[in-house]
Design a protein around this ligand. Structure first.
Ligand SMILES: [Zn+2]
Length: 446
């Protein structure tokens, strides 16, 4: 029994020493000049979900097409638990609020009061103020629609397009899990909205009319509304194994099931596969990048096998899709090596959003360094700032992810300089590319 206790205590002591000394240990691992330069870069955040300015923030639900707060419980990662130590630093920096996490009910009330005062004071400028605190010049806002305070030039729009992949009766797909039941109901709503915007009350009877009057029309509306990319959350709805069926096959399937009835699952998959190719090709024509959620996702039913980015390789190898730029969001975790290899495709990029929040800088730095050693022009900074919980709002998650991403970048680049792979000047250049320059080139920002 004593032996067991000793074994339990030692790791705890080791953890405490490591954890409480973590700030200074990390600082020693990052070259001070590189750290200073990284801190000064005003970044382009490739992916996040900002919430509208007050007072609309209280009722805003358009920050995600598939909000994850209605899912069945999962085992949360440390970074999204209410006792995550970095939360305290974020609250202090953002709101001057000094109680450490976790907060009891009274503490939560006080935090909300501090947030409310600041948001009221900043008013419509509150979302841009959050970017200022996090060293972000421009944030790509992945939202169903833009709105007050979340507008260009500080915010650029990335709408959702999954709903148009699933035009038929989705009840069989929804029955796969309680989470998918909630998701497909939300997708049906987004599709109704897109139909309405296309001045239709029902699906056109023919596939070609659906493609022209709904799909292309929606993409063109998004483009003229300021969109720079289209986002697919398809990994929450089905796997990445898209085949390439001919038009005639898709036309037959669409015609057979569009009037109603539960489509045959194999036939429906072929139609989705065809529509994915069509949308990706249209995005290329319109100069919209295709964003794909590419990481183990939220919820206890998410298919981690289905999000393996190697399943997308046939798309990347399709010559008809070479004019479309694909950005794999969240660095592909746990497929961090597979995603690195895919960067050799000329039209494939990745961002580090979400992993910059969930995974510690030290751990992220390992594969970030691998990518930077191979193709540094294809790696983009991102936060995935999101209203995760009462304790972790979009301002906190944006701030923490921006801080951790910069530390990870600092560790990776310092290591490359120390090993004689690159000069310090090149390290600083690479930091600028990842935090800003690569996105600027990809989206043709001024
Ligand atoms: Zn996201």
């Amino acid at each position: 029994m004593n032996g067991m206790n000793a074994m339990r205590i030692w790791p705890w002591i080791a953890f405490s020493v490591l954890f409480y000394g973590a700030g200074s240990c990390l600082a020693q691992q990052i070259d001070p000049e590189i750290a200073r330069q990284i801190a000064a870069i005003q970044a382009i955040d490739n992916h996040a979900h900002p919430v509208l300015a007050p007072p609309l923030d209280a009722s805003d639900r358009e920050f995600d097409a598939l909000p994850v707060d209605s899912l069945e419980a999962e085992t949360d990662a440390i970074a999204v638990r209410p006792d995550f130590p970095l939360l305290g630093e974020a609250w202090r920096v953002l709101y001057g609020f000094n109680s450490p996490p976790p907060l009891d009910e009274q503490g939560m009330r006080q935090l909300n009061e501090a947030r409310r005062q600041l948001a009221t004071q900043k008013g419509e400028g509150f979302p841009a103020w959050v970017l200022d605190q996090s060293g972000i010049a421009t944030m790509l806002a992945n939202r169903v629609a833009m709105g007050k305070g979340v507008e260009p030039p500080r915010f650029r729009w990335v709408p959702y397009i999954d709903a148009l992949l699933f035009p038929l009766d989705n009840s069989a797909m929804a029955a796969a899990s309680p989470d998918r039941k909630a998701f497909f109901a939300l997708e049906d709503k987004v599709r109704s909205r897109y139909l309405q915007e296309s001045l239709l009350t029902a699906l056109p009877a023919r596939l070609d009319d659906y493609l022209a009057r709904v799909v292309t029309a929606t993409l063109e509306r998004h483009k003229s509304g300021g969109a720079v990319a289209e986002k697919f959350e398809v990994a929450y709805l089905r796997s990445f194994d898209f085949s390439d069926p001919p038009h005639a096959t898709a036309e037959k399937i669409y015609g057979r099931w569009t009037k109603g009835g539960r489509p045959d699952p194999d036939e429906y998959k072929l139609l989705q596969d065809f529509l994915f190719h069509y949308i990706a090709r249209e995005c290329g024509r319109l100069g919209l990048a295709v964003h794909l959620h590419a990481m183990a996702g939220d919820g206890s039913y998410f298919s981690i096998a289905g999000v393996n980015p190697l399943l997308l390789e046939p798309l990347f190898n399709d010559p008809r899709l070479r004019k479309t730029n694909f950005v794999l969001l969240h660095g592909g975790w746990p497929y961090v090596r597979e995603i690195g290899a895919l960067l050799q495709k000329p039209n494939v990029y990745l961002d580090i959003s979400s992993q910059s929040l969930i995974i510690t800088p030290r751990t992220q730095a390992q594969w970030l360094r691998e990518w930077l050693e191979l193709v540094p022009e294809k790696v983009l900074f991102g936060t995935d700032g999101y209203a995760y919980s009462d304790a972790l709002g979009w301002p906190e998650s944006t701030w923490i992810a921006s801080r951790d991403a910069r530390q990870a970048l600092g560790i990776a680049l310092t290591g490359m300089v120390a090993d004689g792979e690159i000069s310090k000047a090149r390290a600083i250049e690479l930091a600028r590319l990842v935090l800003r320059g690569n996105a600027q080139t990809l989206y043709k920002f001024e």
